[in-house]
Design a binder for this molecule. Structure first.
Ligand code: ZN
Ligand code: ZN
Length: 355
């Protein structure tokens, strides 16, 4: 039987449906799993995406895009293919695409995470014959601690800095990670200041009904205060990695800095980032969660799109599944704000914190 989804130069293509999934070149019809830059690109004639992500898609791609917003779980038919979008638990509005045609069911995952975080609808497994999966952190070294432990580490770091009259600068990606941190931390420790790249996304999350603590812009924090640096003692500052070393960051005077990312699992990343602390917090499934998600689909055919593709395909084949890969242009969402190291060359942490 012919594959329902194949790779073309424009992107993943649903053959009977005649549409693309997160295409990297302009196409007539695109289904978008989520608004990260490597999955949602400009220039398509028609977009279909999950309704909770509509505001962010328009903010990133332009208010005028031709966007059809579909509530999670609601089916539509297109060229004889029954389509529906199901929560992926990755960022606000993230979805897995279920495609049913002639008795066959394929699901394309986009990016996903299994641990619910309160900032987007939790991941839902979808039964299918073929599952197209990401594998960003698909290696056995990637095992996340419960997010509450990480938020507690961040709180302790922030509290300690505040007690010493210092600001705490936390670098993280603007869309998804920043809002998850804001939602998870103890906002009673001190004022929270957000970079201009973060605040518009906070607003969209709040408009979508996600509870985030009050945040200030630099302008608001400095209004009416004479000593600029002193205004930030005890504050938590959330900024994109690209702000590191910039004139913008110098206003905070004496501060401790940290970076929150799944890549902080690698000692080499932390060293290259040159920050005081690294918090291991990822919006992607870790190695056990990838396996759990894949097995929950019941699929006998698995196609890996990006990340640790070779490792994941080998593991799946060893476990008797029909596994292969699609060469895609996904996977650089975390490079939006700076380079991500190649895991193969990074030096592993040896403190056994996640072992
Ligand atoms: Zn993503
Ligand atoms: Zn991705």
């Amino acid at each position: 039987m012919e594959d329902m989804v194949v790779v073309r130069k424009e992107g993943l293509y649903c053959v009977p449906g005649d549409f693309y999934i997160d295409p990297w070149r302009p196409v007539a019809r695109a289904v978008i799993t989520h608004a990260h830059a490597d999955h949602a690109r400009m220039g398509h004639a028609h977009y279909l995406a999950a309704a909770p992500g509509a505001g962010i898609l328009r903010a990133r791609l332009g208010a005028g895009i031709n966007l059809q917003a579909l509530p999670y779980g609601e089916g539509i038919s297109h060229n004889g293919v029954q389509l529906s979008l199901h929560p992926a638990g990755h960022v606000l509005g993230s979805a897995q695409l279920r495609m049913e045609h002639a008795g066959r069911i394929w699901v394309a995952s986009g990016d996903y995470k299994l641990e619910p975080d309160g900032t987007c609808a939790p991941f839902e497994p979808v039964r299918c014959h073929a599952f197209i999966t990401e594998s960003t952190f698909g290696m056995p070294i990637y095992r996340w601690q419960p997010q509450q432990d990480i938020f507690e580490e961040i709180n302790q770091w922030w509290r300690g800095n505040a007690a010493e009259g210092r600001a705490s600068v936390l670098f993280c990606y603007c869309f998804g990670k920043a809002q998850r941190i804001l939602h998870g931390i103890d906002a009673s420790i001190g004022p929270i200041v957000c970079h201009g790249a973060v605040e518009p996304l906070n607003r969209l999350y709040r408009e979508a009904g996600v509870a985030l603590p009050d945040t200030l812009t630099v302008g608001e924090a400095e209004a009416g205060r004479r000593g600029k640096a002193a205004a930030y003692a005890g504050s938590l500052i959330i900024a994109p990695p690209s702000a590191a070393g910039s004139p913008w960051i110098r206003r905070f005077g004496d501060y401790s800095d940290a970076f929150a990312s799944g890549w902080m699992r690698l000692r080499g990343t932390r060293r290259r980032r040159g920050v005081d602390r690294g918090f291991v917090l990822s919006d992607h499934a870790d190695w056990p969660a990838l396996q759990e998600a894949i097995s929950a689909t019941g699929a006998e055919r698995i196609i890996v799109t990006h990340g640790q593709v070779a490792t994941m395909v080998r593991w799946l084949r060893q476990n008797g599944l029909d596994a292969g890969a699609f060469a895609t242009e996904y996977g650089d969402e975390e490079t939006e704000d700076g380079p991500v190291p190649a895991p193969a060359t990074a030096v592993m942490e040896e403190d056994g914190r996640h072992a």
